[in-house]
Write a protein that binds this ligand. Structure first.
Ligand SMILES: Cc1ncc(COP(=O)(O)O)c(C=O)c1O
Length: 339
């Protein structure tokens, strides 16, 4: 194993020992697969995924905890979302047990790549795509499922500084009744151009509005959004074009059940974000990250200064505390890995 600088992990691909691979044909169940050495793969130029974007993926993390063991955080939710995504993309529907067993097998074989306690986490990427060739637009015959892993640190550079976001006026992330609620690869290709434009202008990420009315906020890049006003925490309702985040679901539970906040899943306007006491975004990669300012056509709206808000820090501390077993896992969210 190459030496890894655990103190300076970013959010990059680090090659590890092995990856999981399985194949499945249309109409058959997902079964039997196995570990192979980490490396490149061969693919037909006519593969369904390359030509028509028939692919979807997941993202979860493994943590080295204070109890000196490795745990996953709610991987069953990723398994369920993978079922939903595969169904929507006409990929043989993922089997939840199969998914979990593949994740676990890959993790166990690469367990020494899990960063030490509080130095980061092992990002786990299950991905499935149409392998066989198609020249006409249709679901292909054969599919490949793989799981690879990479040790990661923070998603955003800047040491937790609140993000500078820009509202996208020229682009939408996902259409109503489209594939926005699936973790489909095409959603991410649609976001690359707006993201690049935003970064070129010095912003960290993009806020997308709903494609129908351009009135309600949906997501921030690859994270869900929350706003606190007084004792009420609001987040965009799952309208069909928003990804149902595992972190989003966990934050809702913590806010309601542990912090006694009023929690509303509703339509959220930009004005509500500008008027909020705190705004933050959530995701497996971004964890809980404060939003410092939002720029729209009228200019910059400042929400936070250099520091994360009180509730944002509290929720971040709670969720990372559970993930690292610094505080009890009262919701039964942890999935310990037995070596
Ligand atoms: C578009 C999008 N929204 C939200 C999220 C957050 O979801 P989760 O908390 O399950 O990582 C992600 C990341 O996976 C995402 O890609």
């Amino acid at each position: 194993m190459a030496k890894i600088d655990w103190d300076n992990l970013g959010f990059n691909v680090v090659e590890t020992r092995s990856m999981y691979k399985a194949r499945c044909r249309q109409g058959e169940p997902w079964k039997s697969g196995g570990l192979i050495p980490y490396g490149t793969i061969k693919l037909s130029p006519a593969a369904g995924v390359l030509n028509y974007g028939q692919g979807c993926f997941e993202g979860t993390k493994a943590y080295q905890t204070a109890k000196d063991r490795v745990v996953l955080f709610r991987p069953e939710m990723n398994a369920k979302r993978m079922v939903m995504s595969t169904r929507r993309l006409c990929i043989p529907e993922m089997n939840q047990e199969f998914f979990l067993q593949a994740v676990e097998e890959t993790l166990k074989d690469n367990i020494d790549y899990v960063p030490p306690y509080n130095k980061g986490s092992l990002y786990i990427r299950p991905i499935v795509w149409g392998t066989s060739p198609a020249i006409g637009v249709r679901p292909v015959e054969e599919y490949t499922f793989m799981v690879f892993v990479s040790p990661v640190g923070p998603y955003f550079k800047g040491g937790g500084k609140p993000l500078r976001l820009i509202v996208s006026n020229d682009y939408h992330r996902a259409a109503p009744k489209g594939i926005g609620d699936a973790k489909a690869i095409g959603n991410y290709s649609a976001s690359l151009y707006p993201l690049t434009e935003a970064k070129n202008r010095g912003f960290d990420e993009v806020i997308y509005l709903d494609a129908k009315n351009e009135k309600f906020v949906e997501e921030v890049g690859s994270a869900n959004l929350f706003a606190l006003k007084g004792n009420t925490l609001i987040t965009p309702r799952l309208s069909g074009s928003i990804l149902p985040g595992v972190t989003r679901d966990s934050i809702i539970a913590l806010a309601k059940e542990k912090l006694g906040l009023e929690m509303l899943e509703t339509d959220v306007t930009l004005t509500e974000l500008y008027d909020a006491d705190e705004v933050f975004c959530t995701g497996t990669a971004v964890v809980v990250t404060a939003v410092g300012s939002i720029t729209d056509l009228d200019g910059e709206h400042r929400i936070a200064d250099e520091k994360m808000g009180r509730l944002t820090s509290k929720l971040k501390e709670m969720i990372t505390g559970i993930q690292h077993e610094d505080i009890p896992d009262e919701f039964g969210w942890l999935y310990p890995i037995k070596e």
